[in-house]
Design a protein around this ligand. Structure first.
Ligand code: 13P
Ligand code: SF4
Length: 303
């Protein structure tokens, strides 16, 4: 079926069901085009908590839909492709976190939103890549912070706080495997182009960056920059938004491998079918939802 026909069908179903379509910047272009809300992880969790729609369709990965179900318990949250997960979120288990908490009894636990509901439920507060530094520095009585599950984000945050940061060993395979050599090669091909990187990249890559921020931060940086060419270190689909905001600039991915495969699983057909059949509903058991909501609400209160 034609893209425009499918897009129209989805828009009609969304109206009929009083539903909204929330879309992350890493999703396919044809899905971004029909989003009610398009953004980075922080913006999407704020909107999920705020919406008055009855149904939230999440074009993103599992933890994002789960977070929407946590903050909006009265709503039906649909994830069109339930197998669209985030490998980083699976890099810590509740048992491992319980052990780490025993080893660091005085530490607060800051959970990156790229984590499961069960992990959020055991954490003091959540953060995203937009607000990690602000969240950590908001813990005024605390000297030690266990930051899970992304080690790179934890190490990046450590540079902006006096607190002792204990990083977990997880990583995002898309960002972590971007190497300094690849960045150097791309820079050499585009001399003078600033490099904007996501904090999920490794420390050596971030050291080469002119700007470090979330996907929304990278979009804002690119729009403001006087440079005509900009190199970016995050999923290549962000280019859709970069081009829209700054059509006269050229954007260059720092490597050819910046693709989050699970973010690309969802298709327009999946979204249409999910609305037609009201599948796949994401539910979080109350005993996990309540403590997880506390950690998310605490973060949202700082936004
Ligand atoms: P942001 O949306 O916070 O930039 O995070 C990127 C990401 O990896 C989402 O999974
Ligand atoms: Fe997870 Fe990385 Fe994909 Fe984001 S880009 S969803 S952190 S695997």
């Amino acid at each position: 079926m034609e893209v425009a026909t499918l897009q129209n069908e989805i828009r009609k179903l969304l109206r009929e069901k009083n539903a909204i379509l929330i879309v992350h910047y890493y999703e396919r272009e044809e899905i971004q085009e029909i989003a009610d809300i398009l953004g980075d992880s922080l913006a999407l969790s704020i909107e999920a908590a705020r919406t008055e729609a009855d149904v939230i369709v999440f074009a993103g990965v599992h933890f994002m839909a789960e977070s929407a179900a946590i903050v909006s318990p009265g709503k039906t949250v649909l994830l069109p492709r339930p197998e669209a997960g985030c490998p980083l979120a699976d890099m810590i288990t509740p048992e491992q976190l319980a052990e780490a908490k025993k080893e660091h009894p005085g530490a607060a636990v800051v959970a990156y939103v790229n984590s499961t509901a069960a992990i959020k439920a055991q954490s003091d507060i959540c953060c995203t890549s937009s607000n990690a530094v602000k969240v950590v520095n908001s813990l005024t009585e605390i000297q030690e912070v266990l930051m899970i599950p992304d080690g790179n984000l934890a190490r990046y945050t450590a540079g902006f706080t006096d607190k002792k940061i204990i990083p977990w060993s997880g990583y995002c395979p898309v960002h972590h495997f971007l190497t300094p050599e690849e960045v150097a090669r791309t820079k050499a091909l585009h001399p003078g182009a600033p490099f904007a990187a996501h904090p999920e990249c490794r420390t050596e890559v971030l050291a080469m960056a002119d700007f470090v921020g979330s996907t929304a931060g990278i979009v804002r940086f690119a729009a403001k920059s006087p440079a005509r060419e900009i190199i970016f270190g995050t999923d290549e689909e962000v280019m859709v938004r970069l081009k829209k905001e700054s059509p006269d600039k050229t954007f260059i991915p720092a490597s050819g491998n910046l693709v989050c495969r699970t973010m690309k699983l969802t298709t327009l057909e999946d979204i249409r079918d999910s609305l037609r059949e009201m599948k796949h509903v994401i539910r979080v058991p109350e005993e996990i939802r309540n403590p997880a909501k506390r950690a998310l609400d605490r973060m949202l209160a700082l936004s």
